[in-house]
Design a protein around this ligand. Sequence first.
Ligand code: ADP
Ligand code: MG
Length: 283
Amino acid sequence: MIGIRPVLPWETETVPTLEIANVSVVYDVDDGPALTAVDDVSITVDTDQFITVIGPSGCGKSTLLHCMGGLFRPTAGEIRIDGKVMSGPDPTKAAFVFQEYSLLPWKTVLDNAAIGLQFAHVSRSERTARADEALSRVGLSDFMNSYPYQLSGGMQQRVAVARALTMDPEILLMDEPFGALDEQTRRALGFEMTAALTESRKTVIMVTHSLDEAIFWGDRVIVMSGRPGHILQEFQIKTPRPRSVDFLATDEFVELRSKLLALLAPTPSAEPESAPDSTIQVR
Ligand code: ADP
Ligand code: MG
C-alpha cells in the first residue's frame, strides 16, 4: 500500500523571489586605493513587490542593480533569485530598463520590443505575439510599425519597458528609467506605467532620484547612504497600487516625503562625493 506522506511545514514555505545577502562591492582603482561602492547590503524581496531605491549620486545604486541582474559579481555576499545564486545575466529572470533610450533606430517599435526574444531565438510568430501584448500593456498598440524617431522620449521609454516585459522576467530592474524625461512627461508616464506594471504582477526594483517617484511607485522605499552605500532606512507604503493622482495629497505621501527629504538632506560633515547631488529632485 502506498501511503500519502504529509506535507511538512517547511516544504510549503515560499522562497523569496530575490535575496540580496550581505552584498559588498569593492572596485579596484588603477592609481589609488580600492573604492568600496556598496557596503554590506541585504534586502529580501517577495513576488510582486515594487521596491524603489533612492540615495545620493555615487552611492552604489547602479552597481547594486547590476549585481541583481547578474551583470556584475559582488565582491562579497550573494544575490539569489528563487533561492538560486545569480551567476550571470538571464533576462528571463531579471530584465533591465536603463535610463538612456536604448532603441535601435532602424527597427520598428515592434521589432525593438521583440529584440530580446530574437536573441533568444524565439520564432518570429511568437515574438510578434509577445511584443504585441507587451506594447498593448504600455499603451503603444497604435505605434507598432513606427520607428523610434517618430516617438516622443516618453514613448521611447515605454518601448524599453515593453521590451523588458516581452522577456516575461520574474524581476524587472529599472535604473532611473525616466531620468531623461521632463517632469510633466515623467509624471504622466508614472501614472500609466505604475498601472501597467501592477497589472503585469512583476517584482520590480527601481532606482530613482525623485522622491515623488520613489513614494508613488513603491511598496517599499529603500534609502541608501552616501558612499560606501549601505541601507539607511526602509519605509513601507500602505496605500495599495496602482495609485491615482489623489495619493499625492494624502497624509501618507506628504509625511513620508518630508521624512525622505530630512534623511537625504546634505550634512555639513559629509565628504563632497557623498553629499546628495542636485539631481535629487525636491518638488
Ligand atoms: P549611483 O548609481 O548610486 O550613482 P554607481 O553604482 O554608479 O552609483 O557608482 C558607485 C561608486 O562606484 C561611484 O563612486 C563610482 O564612481 C564608482 N564606480 C562605478 N563603477 C565603477 C567602475 N567600473 N570602476 C571603478 N569605480 C566605479
Ligand atoms: Mg546610477
